[in-house]
Design a protein around this ligand. Structure first.
Ligand SMILES: NC(=O)c1ccc[n+]([C@@H]2O[C@H](COP(=O)([O-])OP(=O)(O)OC[C@H]3O[C@@H](n4cnc5c(N)ncnc54)[C@H](OP(=O)(O)O)[C@@H]3O)[C@@H](O)[C@H]2O)c1
Length: 340
């Protein structure tokens, strides 16, 4: 016996990847339904070698369904996730709506799987922000060995992190640069994204940080350890899929770069590609469609007592969203629901 699974936001980037990954990982599904807004009613989406026809979220009854993987914005989540949870269907949510609620677990299965026990507080589990998910997979095994004091991270985030309209904006703006009269003005982003970089993701906060930067700080504390200090600069770059991060870590204890490399090589969810030669590192185009978080450029930071630098790349639609949500579904199945 398997699970009755709902995918909410099935026509979006993350929703489509959720369906792909559920099929790829042979998640034990008895029945699956794809939901989106009324305007997408009848749109066909793939689930392995099957085709699903999307239904309207607004009229859907969650009663009798085991779990719902939500990949819609916070507003739609606020309206529909409580309906699902109250009907007894466990929500695994990709939006930021519930991440900071102390009663709701925020889970990266390689890092804090035991937090799953809290799911029953509200029948909701939160999935972290894409840039946090890949970073904490790398931080956790190093923290266990040498205790992290402080992290300085700069991100290079792809446009797929802002949804399907952003992918179109980069594509059309890039083409438009070469065709006089077909220039495309910024719409999703505040400035031109084609052939440019934008040091601004999500809204500005009073502190001067953006909300994306704040999310990385708050979520790392909630998932790994509240004592870790994080400072972040989040930057949008003209890459379609794959987020990259330059991470500088200060530890309490000394951690040699070779030992760090060995720790990361055996850590769950990580692939180390770190040769000190041309091309001996991973770039975003190479990580697309992969499950792993790739770590390269591991090296000592000799400007501080116990410092290390590394380069971290992952498919933001996978580890940053859909894969992590499916891993949470697997964890929920294994530890709690125990079907399949
Ligand atoms: N992309 C990432 O890297 C990433 C990472 C982590 C978290 N997330 C989060 O995941 C969520 C989805 O992101 P995305 O990139 O997949 O966005 P997207 O490509 O723009 O897709 C949005 C999906 O939500 C549906 N939707 C929106 N409003 C709805 C409503 N009122 N009722 C029913 N369906 C509605 C859309 O359906 P229609 O097609 O019918 O409009 C579509 O299926 C967001 O909360 C985002 O913040 C994204």
């Amino acid at each position: 016996m398997g699970y009755k699974v709902v995918v909410v936001g099935a026509t979006g980037n993350v929703g489509r990847e959720m369906l792909n990954i559920l099929a790829e990982r042979e998640f034990p599904v008895d029945e699956i339904v794809a939901l989106a807004s009324r305007k997408s009613l009848g749109t066909e989406v793939s689930f392995g070698d099957k085709t699903l026809t999307t239904k309207d979220l607004d009229t859907f009854d969650f009663t009798g369904w085991d779990m719902a993987l939500f990949a819609v914005g916070s507003e739609a989540t606020k309206k529909y996730a409580p309906k699902a949870a109250e009907a007894g269907c466990v929500v695994i949510d990709n939006s930021s709506l519930y991440r900071y609620d102390p009663e709701i677990p925020l889970i990266v299965p390689e890092v804090n799987p035991d937090a799953i026990e809290m799911y029953s507080n509200k029948n909701i589990i939160a999935n972290p922000n894409c840039s946090t998910a890949q970073m904490v997979v790398a931080l956790k095994p190093l923290h266990d060995r040498a205790k992290i004091k402080r992290v300085v991270v700069s991100t290079y985030q792809s446009v797929s992190g802002s949804g399907k309209d952003a992918i179109d904006e980069l594509w059309n703006q890039t083409k438009g640069m070469y065709v006089p009269g077909q220039e495309v003005a910024p719409s999703v982003y505040p400035k031109q994204i084609a052939f440019n970089v934008i040091p601004h993701i999500d809204v500005f906060m009073d502190s001067g940080d953006t909300k994306e930067e704040w999310k990385m700080i708050a979520e790392t504390k909630k998932i790994v350890d509240p004592s870790i200090k994080v400072t972040a600069t989040c930057v949008r770059v003209p890459v379609f899929v794959g987020h990259s991060e330059s991470i500088n870590i200060e530890f309490e204890d000394f951690l040699d770069e070779d030992e760090a490399r060995e720790i990361l090589r055996t850590a769950p969810g990580i692939l180390v590609v770190d040769k000190r030669e041309d091309g001996g590192y991973v770039t975003p185009v190479e990580c697309v469609g992969d499950f792993a978080t790739f770590i390269s450029r591991i090296r000592q930071d000799v400007t501080i007592e116990n410092g290390l630098n590394l380069w971290c790349v992952s498919d933001n639609l996978r580890k940053g969203a859909a894969l992590n949500a499916v891993q949470i579904a697997e964890l929920l199945g294994r530890r709690v629901l125990k079907k399949g």
